[in-house]
Design a binder for this molecule. Structure first.
Ligand SMILES: [Zn+2]
Ligand SMILES: [Zn+2]
Length: 295
């Protein structure tokens, strides 16, 4: 209407009234739209974003959880061995219990390593067997968007160290899905725990038993938290039943078996981890059934 006026086109008063009413109506509708937008829940997008962040965080936790679980199982085995030594009088210092501790060594940048058995080596440092990833297929990977501490991430397809057509890494020739994108390494070492430092009346065996109980409780607590996290992801339909933690524990069992074939004594650890896997699956199923019942 304004443009037409400017071009010298005349309107009769009736038409002018029409246009002005239409203008008023537009203004009204526009203000209504704006006020509606203002009233809209501003957190909607942010909530979705933070759910995605939560999902990524939970997935990132899988490797540390698997590592802690392995450490607990190794310490359980050490404690059982020590207990047997004390019982059979083969322990020179019954109250001193050797346990493993771990230290995180950050790389400072992401690295892609191969987890295939042929690309790993079992090394022994301080009497602790460790699977060493010898094939650093991309020692310093600059890719963006790859989730850290995951195995076989989709985004690795874009890595310059890969043969895209075969979906394998050039260096070792193994498949992408066997490659792990890591930002830290774990260094394990033995520390000696004095079992009855506080309670002098406690016998060494009781001290060891107490420690075994504590370790088992810790493991149970971890399983509980893991299943709740997994369930949280399912409840929010974030991932199509993606059980990263299960995959990691399976991976650690495979590593332990590699170590055993290199004559590391770790039967207790393997049995422990396998039991853990069963417990975890059971816990997941129970929660899943409750979930179906409630929704
Ligand atoms: Zn790369
Ligand atoms: Zn390989």
């Amino acid at each position: 209407f304004l443009a037409l006026c400017k071009n010298g086109i005349e309107f009769n008063p009736e038409e002018k009234k029409d246009y002005s009413r239409s203008w008023d109506h537009s203004i009204l509708e526009f203000s209504r739209l704006i006020s509606r937008i203002i009233k809209c829940d501003k957190h909607a997008t942010r909530d979705t974003l933070s759910l995605n962040e939560a999902q990524q965080l939970i997935r990132k936790l899988s490797r540390p959880i698997g590592e802690i679980s392995t450490l607990i199982q190794e310490n359980l085995q050490l404690a059982e061995q020590h207990k047997n030594n004390v019982i059979s009088n083969r322990a020179p210092t019954p109250q001193v219990l050797p346990q493993e501790d771990a230290e995180i060594v950050p790389l400072g940048y992401p690295r892609t390593v191969c987890t295939n058995e042929k690309c790993t080596k079992v090394i022994t440092i301080d009497n602790i067997g460790k699977v060493d990833y010898t094939s650093h297929c991309h020692p310093h990977c600059y890719l963006t968007g790859v989730e850290q501490e995951t195995i076989g991430h989709e985004k690795l397809k874009d890595c310059t160290a890969m043969d895209k057509s075969l979906d394998t890494y050039n260096k070792c020739g193994c498949m992408r899905k066997e490659h792990m994108y890591i930002t830290y390494e774990v260094r394990k070492f033995i520390t000696n725990i004095v079992t009855n430092s506080k309670n002098i009346t406690q016998s060494p065996i009781d001290g060891i038993e107490q420690l075994i109980k504590d370790l088992k409780e810790e493991q149970e607590a971890i399983i509980k938290v893991c299943t709740q996290l997994g369930q949280f992801l399912r409840a929010n339909a974030l991932s199509p039943v993606n059980d990263n933690i299960l995959e990691y524990i399976e991976d650690f069992i495979r590593e332990e078996k590699t170590k055993r074939s290199a004559e590391v004594q770790n039967d207790g650890v393997i049995v422990g981890l396998e039991k853990l896997l069963v417990d975890y699956k059971n816990e997941m199923n129970i929660l899943q059934q409750q979930f179906i019942r409630f929704y």
